[in-house]
Design a protein around this ligand. Structure first.
Ligand SMILES: [Zn+2]
Length: 258
């Protein structure tokens, strides 16, 4: 089985900057920018699953009161567990949801990576600090498997001859940087990049824009970003006004800041 595998499509031609947040994904290229919820459906199923999980726990306790101590913790040592039919039913529901989470996530990862590939021949993005992410945003982020997403993207781009580069967060500080040279920390609630120099842009889109200009030495090439900004400010504005105009099927998540 030698040779290259069949590929449904060719890579695009643009240099893409990518920003993945706990709930958003921002994609910025020369001709277009996009801001979407990241793996939104996975979160909904996960909510269901956690509800079922609590139900399982209640049933387990109701069926096995002698296995628990007064403070609610499980007794040590050998125990016999009684599983009611209702409990077994809940458990199979729980397993089904776990399976759905994996399936839906795979679908969404596939859909979104393919969309990026059709645009991109080169991709630059921040290396995700998974631990820091989880510390700040809890378990729901684990469900979305952002690192897995980036690995799939990396593999697909490289197998088609494109470029993929991750740079470390700590040296670039994209979320604090403006292409005028100003560095200012933002709070998590600040969804817009507003700098004293007059630059205003949606935060995630702006980070994705800057990601395009991170050099091999992990610095933002401010000069180049400045030269390109006028063109890109139109691309970013268009993305935001599209989001504003779109009839929302679901309310736009607040983290967009739109
Ligand atoms: Zn500025």
């Amino acid at each position: 089985m030698e040779g290259n595998p069949y590929q449904k499509y060719e890579l695009g031609k643009e240099n893409i900057g990518l920003d993945i947040g706990p709930s958003t994904i921002a994609i910025v290229g020369e001709s277009t920018a996009e801001l979407k919820e990241f793996c939104e459906d996975v979160v909904l199923i996960d909510k269901d699953k956690r509800r079922i999980n609590r139900k399982m726990d209640r049933q387990r306790r109701a069926n096995n009161p002698s296995n628990y101590q007064n403070n609610g913790t499980v007794k040590k040592g050998k125990k016999k567990w009684v599983y009611s039919n209702r409990y077994l039913h809940t458990r199979s529901k729980h397993r089904e949801l776990e399976r759905r989470i994996k399936e839906v996530r795979k679908q969404l990862h596939g859909r979104d990576t393919n969309q990026i590939l059709q645009l991109a021949s080169s991709i630059q993005t921040e290396k995700l600090s998974y631990k820091a992410f989880q510390k700040m945003f809890g378990k729901s982020i684990a469900r979305k498997a952002p690192s897995m997403f980036l690995n799939i993207l990396k593999r697909k781009v490289k197998s088609r001859g494109g470029e993929f580069r991750e740079f470390p967060t700590y040296s670039t500080k994209l979320s604090q940087t403006c292409h005028c040279g100003m560095i200012k920390k933002k709070t998590l609630e600040e969804r817009w990049h507003k700098c004293g120099c007059g630059v205003v842009a949606q935060r995630d889109l702006y980070s994705a824009f800057l990601a395009r200009y991170v050099t091999k030495s992990n610095r933002v090439d401010i000069k180049k970003a400045k030269m390109d900004w006028i063109q890109f400010s139109f691309v970013l504005d268009k993305c935001v006004s599209n989001l504003e105009r779109r009839k929302p099927e679901r309310k736009l998540i607040s983290t967009f800041g739109i």
